[in-house]
Design a protein around this ligand. Sequence first.
Ligand SMILES: NC(=O)c1ccc[n+]([C@@H]2O[C@H](COP(=O)([O-])OP(=O)(O)OC[C@H]3O[C@@H](n4cnc5c(N)ncnc54)[C@H](O)[C@@H]3O)[C@@H](O)[C@H]2O)c1
Length: 280
Amino acid sequence: MSKIGVIGAGTMGQGIAQAFAAAGNQVTVCDIKIEWAQNGINKIGAKLDKLVSRGKIAEDAANSIKANLTAGESDYSGLADVDFVVEAVLEQVKVKQDLFKTLDGICKDSTIFCSNTSSLSITEIANGVKHEVIGMHFFNPADRMKLIEVIRGGATKDETVQAVKELSEQIGKTPVEVNEAPGFVVNRILVPMINEGVFVLQEGVASAKDIDTAMKLGANHPMGPLELGDLIGLDIVLDVMDVLYNETGDSKYRACTLLRKMVRAGKLGRKTGEGFYKYN
Ligand SMILES: NC(=O)c1ccc[n+]([C@@H]2O[C@H](COP(=O)([O-])OP(=O)(O)OC[C@H]3O[C@@H](n4cnc5c(N)ncnc54)[C@H](O)[C@@H]3O)[C@@H](O)[C@H]2O)c1
């Protein structure tokens, strides 16, 4: 079992903390304020209570997951002896770099710093950081999705890759090793497909519902591209397209204008109540 620090108690941080705690690791969760970290832990607890009441998980198991979660002070003083830190804070290079530089002065020398970034360069995040830095890219919902993309930065050592692959397996996930590249593997393939679905809609080829039905029944996808875009968040879909386009300069990654218009109109999908579909 390892001691883990999870920084950022939002959507991803909660799922990541839960995944580590469920596998018996001791997890300290930090955020900008300790109350926010505690709030994230409370949300994990509420989710577990719901699973217990539906008979999906035993009460003992839920209690031991809860017992493995602690809220840490926002000065990260509780992370001095953790083996791994996984950050899931704002998707900005400077924020992640500054965080890791602060942790350089707090964590023991052997601590491995992992970033859950969906699109940023690990090499750039690691620039000026003394500890080993690597990408550990979870998928949403992180407590349930099985894949972890383990991303090497320019200076990542082989033994660091190995340690993070073993950690991924210890929590019941399947790691795939990925070299640094825009969008890594999953987002490089998945997000342009969603963008293409939006082009098909914009060109009037078919209705949103028929595009989704076509891909579900014709390609055996569990969700159609437009409903999946609504679930991920259309702002995130647009961000990934822009990263792919800006990093490569390749026009095949240009974002569909309808996607950009919807984001500008605040129609971001499920989280705002409207995207390609309406939600209550
Ligand atoms: N949402 C997804 O589907 C998804 C999937 C994979 C990876 N990611 C990546 O995970 C990261 C977090 O995404 P999210 O969706 O959980 O975001 P979120 O907005 O739900 O949560 C971010 C959390 O980080 C905290 N935070 C921000 N700056 C901080 C700082 N300097 N120090 C400590 N805490 C700070 C915020 O208070 C918030 O609680 C991003 O890098 C994102 O690209 C997101």
